[in-house]
Design a protein around this ligand. Structure first.
Ligand SMILES: [Zn+2]
Length: 376
């Protein structure tokens, strides 16, 4: 059965349509048409002063709705996290495992595979943030879990093929052979929690790297004589950079500078959200340490930032407030992460694409989210 949603504005990922409707059947987009042309009997929901955008995709989500993926590595936890983030505009996300044991890494891969098989709405894959990181830039991770993987160790994991797999690694700690193995296994590699010098980030390593994780945070800084990871990330055109845009992790001007430096399409918004998002509980456990929301910041006992307390809708609103055009901000939350994850049928509202959309009020508050043809 055909269904439709309409609004004063639709942004399809390329251009705007005024007073238009998005029409889908089952889980596939059929058309964008003027509201006046909709069949009279179509099941149809109208949002008056709103914009319909391609469904938001958040590639770094540690938790939500009171659940931390690290503490509950199951499809049920993924379901709860997706639900919590949907209320903040996220159509799809990559549940993200913070550095854990190899057993838990294996569990995370299997949980994501099961979640996709069970058609839990909103799961795009899984993000393994570590444990192949640099202890000099551990952030809130447990550095005792870090190691440099051998090919045998990589081979032993139950890699999955029905969902996207993203790995954040400090690429100076991972051999060229291991990076090549990951590339050949269709694993998306992003450099993060890295203390590399620009020299250590060789052309070979960069050619095997798809992106950089939470640009500016937990990476060696940009300096005149030493570009570090930040300078290299900004200067490596093929690689995307994800940024936490809560206004706490990264100064707005640093974000705007990154936007000037990167080719269009290579800067993405992530939340790096934790269990506290969409939950009344302001306190949760990670690896035996207590993380708490204090003044909208999530901090551990050492005072290190431990993820963010923000949703995608607010993250998009922030960058618009900082001076990014609305359409570019919407693409940073949908089109560009879809491209970064190689999700070919997401990130645009286009016939034949998966029926996924985010409906925002004129103040960028989430009104509704469409995921695979189901309106939430
Ligand atoms: Zn991190």
């Amino acid at each position: 059965m055909m269904k439709a949603i309409s609004a004063s504005r639709i942004f399809d990922g390329i251009r705007y349509h005024n007073d238009a409707a998005l029409v889908w059947q089952d889980d596939v987009i059929q058309a964008i048409t003027p509201i006046a042309d909709l069949p009279a009997d179509i099941e149809h929901q109208h949002y008056a002063d709103a914009v319909i955008a391609p469904g938001f995709i958040d590639i770094q989500v540690n938790g939500g709705g009171g659940v931390m993926f690290n503490n509950d590595i199951t499809p049920q936890a993924i379901k709860t996290i997706c639900q919590a983030h949907r209320t903040h505009g996220t159509a799809y996300l990559m549940p993200t495992l913070i550095s854990s044991t190899p057993e838990n890494v294996a569990k995370a891969l299997i949980a994501a595979e099961q979640a996709v098989n069970e058609k839990i709405p909103g799961v795009l894959g899984v993000h393994l943030e570590g444990p192949w990181l640099n202890k000099e830039k551990k952030g809130a991770h447990n550095a005792e879990l870090f190691y440099s993987p051998t090919i045998d160790e990589l081979n032993a994991f139950p890699w999955i093929v029905n969902a996207k797999v993203l790995v954040t690694a400090a690429i100076e700690k991972v051999s060229d052979e291991a990076l090549t193995w990951l590339k050949e296994s269709d694993v998306i590699v992003s450099c993060g929690h890295s203390n590399a010098t620009a020299e250590a980030l060789t052309e070979k390593k960069l050619s095997l790297t798809d992106g950089f994780t939470h640009l500016f945070n937990a990476m060696s800084p940009f300096e005149g004589r030493e570009p570090g990871v930040v300078g290299t990330a900004l200067n490596t055109d093929h690689a995307w950079c994800s940024v936490i845009t809560d206004g706490i992790h990264v100064h707005p001007n640093s974000f705007l500078l990154a936007h000037k430096a990167k080719p269009q399409g290579k800067l993405l918004i992530i939340t790096d959200a934790m269990a506290s998002l969409g939950s009344k509980n302001n306190r949760f456990e990670l690896d035996g340490q207590t993380i708490e929301v204090i003044d909208n910041k999530l901090v551990n006992a050492e005072g290190s930032l431990a993820g963010a307390h923000i949703g995608m809708d607010e993250s998009v609103a922030n960058v618009i407030r900082w001076g990014i055009e609305e359409q570019e901000a919407l693409k940073m939350a949908s089109t560009y992460p879809a491209q970064a994850m190689g999700a070919d049928n997401l990130g645009q509202l286009k016939p034949g694409y998966r029926a996924a959309a985010t409906v925002l009020s004129s103040q960028y508050q989430t009104q509704a989210v469409l995921v695979d043809g189901v309106l939430f």
